[in-house]
Write a protein that binds this ligand. Sequence first.
Ligand SMILES: Nc1ncnc2c1ncn2[C@@H]1O[C@H](COP(=O)(O)OP(=O)(O)O)[C@@H](O)[C@H]1O
Ligand SMILES: [Mg+2]
Length: 212
Amino acid sequence: MTLGELVARHQIVISAGSGGVGKTTVAASLALWGALEGRRAVVLTIDPARRLASSLGLASLGSEERDIPAEHFRAQGLAPKGTLAAMMLDQKGAWDALVERHAPPEARDRILTNRFYQHLSQSFAGSYEYMAIEQLCALAESGRYDLIVVDTPPTRHALDFLEAPRRIADFLDRKIIKWFVRPYFSAGWSALRAMNRTAGFLLRRLEQATGI
Ligand SMILES: Nc1ncnc2c1ncn2[C@@H]1O[C@H](COP(=O)(O)OP(=O)(O)O)[C@@H](O)[C@H]1O
Ligand SMILES: [Mg+2]
């Protein structure tokens, strides 16, 4: 299959692999190519590098999709038949959006302000992979794009990225986790000191379980 066919025939393309091989550059190039060929393309990157934003004609990448300005294409002598948008994965924001979508209204604020949740949503490695898939689903369901290119963080094996959500779900289903997590749902200030130590242990186990 040629790259042209890849871009023409797929709705979702994932750029995965170990660090420094060109994932971010390839993801941005594929989305650009799609836009030139007439597709409504978006690239979701996890790379906060300014270089990527500036090469796309944006001052910075945000956690919301932003269209690449038409004058930037013109300046490069390009006339895309489609459109190109870019966004950066916002790990914490994606967790919060997930809670807002799925939690019952009366539980929402309690979850968002829960210390264990705040720690989990910001600090364990597999969380990036999980949230990249979550944002990918949100983009796909929006119906706004017919080509979605996802850049991924470095993983030892490319498929780790795709398997992260299932591994995390399996891990969270285990009874031992409920035993660890329960104290934090009713945590007062007195629990705070013990929390960092226990949460650190839990997050290490979670990282082992996701294999990332
Ligand atoms: N096809 C290529 N040829 C030469 N250099 C490249 C190519 N693709 C990427 N690079 C350079 O390699 C470096 C790493 O690229 P990047 O896309 O950030 O990789 P990754 O996202 O996999 O870490 C960057 O400096 C980039 O400019
Ligand atoms: Mg990268």
